[in-house]
Design a protein around this ligand. Structure first.
Ligand code: PHE
Length: 339
């Protein structure tokens, strides 16, 4: 009898079921009225008194083993049927990428791509900056209004620590830590204390560029930005430069492109002028080079900075800046990128 029970136990342990029907057959075989377990209990009468304790325990452990096996296999099989019923196997790896890229990422990647084709590298820096990198090294006079609480989110006073108001701060860091020639762009998030409206936000994104070498001229600046405008907005795009002022560049300019919506004829986007402004630029002020320990007698350079939101608004004809930050899926799903 002992051998018989042990044989049954091994059979129970190695039993696998592919269907609930197979499992039911297994249950009937062992536990039904005329099943193997009740039969063993029936035979128990014949067991010699001295062996009864051991046999009793053995039959009971067989019974428990059968019951546990049924519970485990039942759970397993029911889970499988659930999965088949919903047509979903959640354990499979995802195919394709869910969702689409944010329009600001698409435009940022395109800007990076355009400039990297002419040798610009990408540099990044901290969003929380000290006064030196955001203002002082960039030739902001001590009482310049841009340092004012109106524009800047200060985190600490004396010494001033603030959220960077532009990514020119990254260029200061690059100039400090590397030797000329330098050819780099710095994409990143910037912060200004502005009321949120269709045209302004307290958080936006910039790409600023810097080129420093011997004999860099304003003609190099114009040609580089002309190339950028054509790559970004199309071969027929025209550019024009208007004199402007920035503390860190001299001379400074703003660059307009011919309105990409009406082609220069005049529409409400370009306010019937045929031109839209897309960036600020200029020749790096020698004071900035010196503050960053670059010999301004030997080297010259140009810099430029643009808002990614502005470029994206023009490119995709979006008229409200707030759409970029609301993450409404109906808006986001309209943008599809190659990668
Ligand atoms: N830093 C300027 C801004 O944030 C843009 C700029 C960069 C202008 C470089 C000129 C040269 O508005």
């Amino acid at each position: 009898m002992k051998n018989k029970i042990e044989k049954y136990l091994t059979e129970v342990q190695s039993f696998e079921a592919n269907s609930l029907e197979q499992l039911e057959a297994f249950r009937i075989k062992f536990l039904s009225k005329k099943g193997l377990v009740p039969l063993l209990f029936a035979d128990f009468k014949l067991v010699a008194p001295e062996d009864r304790k051991e046999m009793g325990q053995l039959i009971n452990s067989l019974k428990t083993a059968v019951q546990e096996k049924i519970i485990t296999l039942k759970q397993l099989l029911e889970n499988q049927t659930d999965k088949q019923a919903s047509g979903l196997d959640l354990s499979l790896p995802a195919t394709g990428s869910p969702g689409t890229r944010h329009p600001l990422s698409i435009v940022r990647n395109e800007i990076i791509d355009i400039f990297s084709r002419i040798g610009f590298t990408v540099s990044e820096g901290p969003e929380i900056e000290d006064d030196f990198h955001n203002f002082t090294a960039l030739n902001f006079p001590p009482n310049h209004p841009a340092r004012d609480m109106q524009d800047t989110f200060f985190i600490e006073k004396d010494p001033d620590i603030a959220l960077r108001t532009h990514t020119s701060s990254v260029q200061v860091r690059v100039m400090e830590s590397s030797e000329a020639p330098i050819r780099t762009i710095s994409p990143g998030r910037v912060f200004r204390n502005e009321a949120i409206s269709a045209r302004a936000h307290c958080i936006f994104h910039q790409v600023e560029g810097l080129y420093i070498d011997t004999d860099v001229s304003f003609a190099d600046l114009k040609h580089t930005l002309f190339y950028f405008a054509k790559e970004m907005f199309g071969e027929t795009t025209k550019t024009r430069f208007r004199p402007s002022y920035f503390p860190f560049t001299e001379p400074s300019a703003e660059m307009d492109i011919s309105c990409n919506i009406c082609g220069g004829k005049g529409c409400n986007i370009c306010k019937y002028t045929g031109w839209v402004e897309i960036l600020g630029c200029g020749m790096v002020d020698p004071n900035v080079l010196e503050a960053c320990r670059i010999d301004s007698k030997k080297f010259t350079g140009f810099a430029f900075g643009m808002g990614i939101e502005r470029i994206a608004m023009l490119k995709y004809q979006i008229n409200d800046l707030r759409l970029f930050f609301e993450n409404d899926l109906r808006f986001l799903r309209q943008f599809v990128s190659a990668e």
